[in-house]
Design a protein around this ligand. Structure first.
Ligand code: GLU
Length: 284
């Protein structure tokens, strides 16, 4: 049975980029007669905005993007992440490095802009320093075939380095939580923006260490503004109205025939028509 999901971070109202991700995963799930779950990724407390989760859910409902079961909130699932971290203990180590220290000794910048960790604390935290974060040793070559973007490949230690599973500010990292939740919720198909394509090998790596099944992936182009920035609250993206114009624009962005009727959109859903790009201008 197909199980899909939409996993917004409640940092603001639903904007065009997140509408496109929600619509694509909903259409893919409904076309497969599968289930579609909504999970609010609210672990990053400083970035979470009060009222944003409810606002996103109301907007989805107004568009007619109905979800199955109850909405889950990552902030209420901390014991699951703690348990997974315990299982990963043979592969993790404490890290005392500050951002500044990592930037000063970094091996370079990963595709997603993060510094590649040079492994300073791999063999133990230096005397007099206190552990801040927990990292997992990144090892091996991960390849997978994205349903749209094709074959992807990363040599983890070279391309991303040992990455954080538990942050210095006392929060579980996105990479850990997403893997635990997708497995625990039985997600078979992840449909999301291609800004997360470079995170996928890290997630597959954790799935392997935790002996979880690997979902299928479909990364749609991320919606960018005229300056080439991903739409987000930080880049000033406007909230979508639940208008038929926004629905048509979202379908058109996904290369699908424009319609105001979601049933018709489901029956015509064809992922092959989506542009095979990592980013696409949100304004046609
Ligand atoms: N919460 C993430 C975001 O809003 C998406 C996570 C995912 O789909 O894996 O960017």
């Amino acid at each position: 049975m197909y199980v899909g999901r939409f996993a917004p971070s409640p940092t603001g109202a639903l904007h065009f980029g997140s509408l496109v991700a929600a619509l694509a995963s909903w259409l893919d799930a409904r076309a497969a007669r599968g289930r579609w779950l909504v999970r609010i990724e609210d672990l990053d407390a400083p970035r979470t905005e009060a009222g944003a989760a409810d606002d996103i859910l109301r907007t989805l409902a107004r568009f007619g993007l109905e979800w199955d079961g109850t909405v889950t909130y990552q902030s209420r699932r901390l014991p699951l992440y703690r348990h997974a971290l315990e299982k990963l203990a043979p592969y993790t180590y404490s890290c005392a490095c500050t951002r500044r220290e990592i930037a000063d000794s970094s091996l370079g910048v990963a595709a997603d802009g993060a510094q590649i960790y040079p492994g300073t604390c791999r063999d133990g935290v230096a005397a007099g320093k206190s552990p801040r974060a927990l990292r997992v040793r990144a090892a091996g070559h991960v390849t997978f075939t994205d349903r749209l973007q094709g074959r992807q490949s990363q040599v983890l230690e070279r391309d991303v380095g040992d990455f954080v599973l538990y942050r210095a500010d006392g929060q579980f990292a996105y990479q850990l939580a997403v893997v635990v939740d997708d497995a625990e919720q039985g997600v078979t198909d992840v449909v999301r923006g291609a800004d997360l394509l470079d995170s996928t090998p890290r997630q597959i790596y954790l799935q392997r260490l935790l002996r979880y099944p690997q979902p299928r992936y479909l990364h749609i182009p991320a919606a960018v503004n005229a300056a080439g920035e991903k739409l987000s609250k930080q880049t000033g993206a406007r909230a979508v109205a639940s208008s038929t114009a926004d629905l048509r624009r979202a379908l058109s962005f996904l290369g699908q025939p424009e319609t105001e009727n979601l049933g018709e959109a489901v029956s015509k859903w064809n992922p092959v028509l989506i542009a095979r790009r990592r980013a696409l201008d949100a304004v046609p």
